[in-house]
Design a protein around this ligand. Structure first.
Ligand SMILES: [Zn+2]
Length: 482
């Protein structure tokens, strides 16, 4: 009997993980119980080891330590190790899909996102990133494509749907004759006709009037924080502050997603200084969001990485040591340093002295001199000196920490799945949310317990049998205790 009961218990658990409890959320957005605004900040590729190394680098507790509420699993529909497209789709729509797919389920059905549900309830919306704004994570909130690579196809799906768009990726909005990826169309001109103000540098951003904003500060991704020209490109915190200022004028509130995109890129490259500097820039954006939520008292802030990148360690190389403090002396990314090497690579020592404040050993010099990718070799030399290890060039499937602050942050606690987040956000805003709300013609609603009488009956029988099992379990436990 016990075995049968535990079998039922695991079926119940599996079905609840599969999202049966979370097929839709309903509510009353006008109730004063609900939050007006949600700011969802995603540090791409950030997990517990990033948080720990950053605390040591900073030398004090961080905003992450102050807002930690739980852990989150990140699996995709077809892989224990997710990519950013499937992870973004899960966090934006509450549905797991296959790696590479964006805003669609594994069968290709287009999904409705929490951002779009918020705008249907009169809220303003914004997306901010340091990657292209058409990249997987921001795009998951407003686009539906079978492959994340289709960034030119994603760009027109954002215009008109999202009020504030700030990031890189200008080339995905321009025609070929202006260096862009569209045959003829100029999406920037089209956006201006729809009432967007187009901006392309830091001064224009800081001077922008509120309202619809299209800010594209680089052709592709924006500069890493370490290499950023502060006169030209804004910081992530500056973009976040301008987005909040612009969106807060909407009386029904807003939904804003902010991505620290390059923590992931830096982790793929094993570039510890870039990881920590971009984490610092991301923390400043979180602080801006939290400061607004403290003042406003009607705002929920949620922070969660979409997955771990590179399996970073705190300490490593078979030593009991962590020395991330030396990374404060590094003033450029490995990519930038590699670009400063001359053709014969006979200035490696000079470059490392100038930009990394280290005197390389003969062994380190020869590793960099002979490397196929000198940028990666430089990163590994610096990371080893800081005792920051990496187990992969790719993502890993480890659970990531979850953070929340502000009104209704208590809804986010314990162990969550990435698909839980948009439903909890809908609950906090008191709005209806169903990812299959807007199924396009030709798409079919998958059979779930909520739309199939057979499934509903099966569920009822299952629930009754489990209840019986629970009574039996309680009874036997009681007997044992006595
Ligand atoms: Zn990645």
């Amino acid at each position: 009997m016990k075995k049968i009961f535990s079998a039922f218990l695991s079926i119940m658990l599996m079905t609840s993980f599969a999202g049966v409890n979370h097929t839709h959320a309903e509510g009353d957005p006008d109730s004063s119980e609900n939050v007006d605004n949600i700011i969802f900040l995603i540090p791409d590729g950030f997990s517990a080891s990033h948080a720990t190394n950053y605390r040591h680098y900073k030398g004090e507790y961080t905003i992450f330590d102050e807002t930690l509420v739980g852990m989150m699993q990140t699996t995709s529909a077809d892989n224990r190790v997710t990519d950013s497209a499937a992870a973004g789709t899960a966090m934006a729509t509450g549905v797991k899909t296959n790696n590479e797919m964006l805003g669609v389920d594994p069968d290709g059905n287009e999904l409705h996102s929490i951002l779009k549900a918020a705008t249907q309830h009169g809220k303003a919306s914004g997306l901010v990133a340091t990657s292209t704004i058409t990249h997987a994570t921001p795009a998951a909130f407003a686009a539906n494509v079978l492959s994340r690579e289709s960034e030119a196809e994603i760009a027109p799906q954002l215009i008109g749907e999202v009020d504030v768009l700030l990031g890189g990726g200008k080339d995905f909005f321009l025609p070929e004759k202006e260096g862009g990826h569209h045959e003829d169309v100029n999406l920037i001109a089209e956006a201006e006709e729809l009432g967007y103000t187009f901006i392309e540098n830091r001064d224009q951003l800081l001077g922008a009037d509120s309202g619809k904003l299209l800010g594209l500060f680089a052709g592709e991704g924006m500069a890493p924080e370490l290499d950023r020209d502060e006169a030209v490109e804004p910081s992530l915190a500056e973009m976040t502050e301008v987005a909040i200022e612009s969106l807060r004028n909407n009386e029904d509130g807003f939904f804003l997603m902010v991505e620290g995109s390059q923590i992931d890129w830096a982790s793929h490259a094993h570039d510890s200084p870039w990881i920590l500097k971009d984490t610092e820039a991301f923390e400043a954006a979180v602080e801006a969001a939290v400061a607004f939520a403290e003042e406003d008292e009607n705002t929920l802030v949620v922070i969660a990485g979409d997955h771990d990148t590179a399996g970073m360690s705190v300490g490593g190389y078979d030593e009991y040591e962590s020395n991330v403090d030396i990374l404060h002396g590094v003033t450029a990314t490995g990519d930038y340093m590699a670009e400063q090497l001359d053709e014969n690579r006979d200035n490696i020592a000079d470059v490392l002295q100038t930009y990394a404040n280290i005197e390389p050993t003969d062994e380190e010099l020869s590793v960099i001199a002979e490397a196929e990718e000198p940028n990666i070799a430089i990163n590994r030399v610096i990371s080893e000196r800081a005792f920051v290890g990496f187990t992969s060039d790719a993502h890993t499937g480890v659970d990531v920490p979850l953070y929340a602050f502000g009104k209704h942050s208590e809804k986010f606690h314990g162990f969550l799945d990435n698909t839980d987040l948009p439903f909890l956000m809908a609950e906090a805003m008191g709005i209806d949310f169903d990812p299959y709300d807007n199924v396009q013609e030709g798409g079919e609603l998958p059979v779930t317990a909520t739309n199939s009488p057979t499934f509903a009956l099966f569920g009822l029988v299952l629930a009754l049998m489990s209840a019986g099992g629970l009574v039996y379990f309680r009874f036997t436990r009681k007997v044992k205790e006595e």
